[in-house]
Design a protein around this ligand. Structure first.
Ligand code: COA
Length: 165
């Protein structure tokens, strides 16, 4: 779908296939405490296939992003009902981080949510301590719209971050 080069890294972003799901689950497990069942991943994959993307380097899947489309009260404009993309999970294998892979996954997902799924805005939850991810989202124009107290199982708070599309 897209290619970019940074630090000599050639990244190919494409839609996930069902055979990628075990690799995606592995990347999720080594990257985040929030893990999900195979059926959860598979359900998102079947329902919103165009916004479930993987990043390949040398034909190896090194990252993924999965999103859902929801009807919500806007996270940005009060009292507006919006069609929103919800970034459920994004992760890149540790050895490939900081090289532009996550940014490319986000950029392609945002354009799919806008053009294919006709979303007006996009939002996500992020741990308040996850400064790398927060910086990535801020660089892409997201702002904090809400704090969710004790959102995570270990009691940590989440920022809801959102932007218009
Ligand atoms: C968050 C994550 C997906 C970012 O992916 P990545 O490939 O490392 O991100 P990129 O290399 O594209 O970096 C994009 C931006 O994020 C910020 N960033 C990411 N990693 C950073 C680091 N180690 N140090 C400083 N800034 C960093 C930078 O602002 C960077 O901007 P730049 O392009 O101007 O340098 C990745 O760190 C990851 O998998 N983390 C574990 C899982 C996770 O936390 N997911 C998010 C849950 S909400």
């Amino acid at each position: 779908m897209q290619r970019t080069d940074r630090d000599g890294l050639s990244v190919h972003i494409r839609e996930a296939k069902s055979e990628d799901l075990p690799t995606i689950m592995h990347i999720n497990r080594v990257s985040l405490p929030e893990n999900y069942s195979y059926s959860f991943f598979h359900n998102i994959y079947e329902t919103f296939p165009n916004a479930f993307l993987v990043a390949e380097v040398d034909s190896m899947v090194v990252g993924y992003i999965m999103c859902r489309v929801e009807r919500i009260f806007s996270k940005i404009e009060r009292f507006r009902y919006r069609r929103a993309g919800h970034v459920i999970s994004i992760a890149v294998l540790p050895e490939y981080r900081g090289r532009g892979v996550g940014r490319r996954l986000m950029e392609v997902a945002l354009s799919v949510l806008k053009d294919r799924y006709k979303c007006d805005e996009v939002f996500l939850e992020v741990r308040v301590s996850n400064w790398q991810a927060i910086r990535l989202y801020e660089n892409l124009g997201f702002v904090v719209s809400e704090v969710l107290k004790h959102y995570y199982l270990d009691g940590e708070n989440a920022y809801v971050m959102a932007r218009s599309l």
